[in-house]
Design a protein around this ligand. Sequence first.
Ligand SMILES: CC(C)(COP(=O)(O)OP(=O)(O)OC[C@H]1O[C@@H](n2cnc3c(N)ncnc32)[C@H](O)[C@@H]1OP(=O)(O)O)[C@@H](O)C(=O)NCCC(=O)NCCS
Length: 149
Amino acid sequence: MEETFTYRLATVHDLQDILEIEHASFTLPWTQEAFYNEIVHNQFAYYLLIEADGRTVGYCGVWVIIDDAHITNVAIRPEYRGRKLGEAIMRQAMHLAGRYGAARLSLEVRVTNYVAQNLYRKLGFQDGGIRKKYYSDNGEDALVMWVML
Ligand SMILES: CC(C)(COP(=O)(O)OP(=O)(O)OC[C@H]1O[C@@H](n2cnc3c(N)ncnc32)[C@H](O)[C@@H]1OP(=O)(O)O)[C@@H](O)C(=O)NCCC(=O)NCCS
């Protein structure tokens, strides 16, 4: 039977799920306070969730500031990766950004994160510049990628 996935915007009640996925996905995880501020106070921020089997299996944050949008983070639970969910939630985020008036979407990605770069290239993102020593844990550079919506 085909699995079905649903999307919705996160609320404060989703913080624990988001943090669990965040900690399983990143070496420099955002704090609970950072996500709380994003969800409750940042009028430009939208946090999309993807749900499967009755649980939250991934999220994607997007800022939309007039015609410019930016992905803050995207992650899928490790055991759900490789099933096109990252691609699906990114497509939803691109759709949301376009619907709220963005003409262009950008993001930063570690220069060694080839999995994520492959995903973004598949979605039409192009390479922009390099932000030197962007990540404070290991001094890694960030590649800026962008796509017109
Ligand atoms: C990046 C991430 C969100 C991708 O999610 P996912 O659900 O596993 O990816 P999908 O199954 O949707 O794959 C979509 C595309 O991504 C790329 N991709 C996914 N897994 C890959 C792998 N193991 N190796 C190479 N490319 C891969 C491919 O281009 C793939 O398309 P294809 O299957 O047609 O070749 C997920 O790996 C993740 O949560 N990683 C940790 C957090 C992270 O690095 N986030 C990005 C920060 S910038």
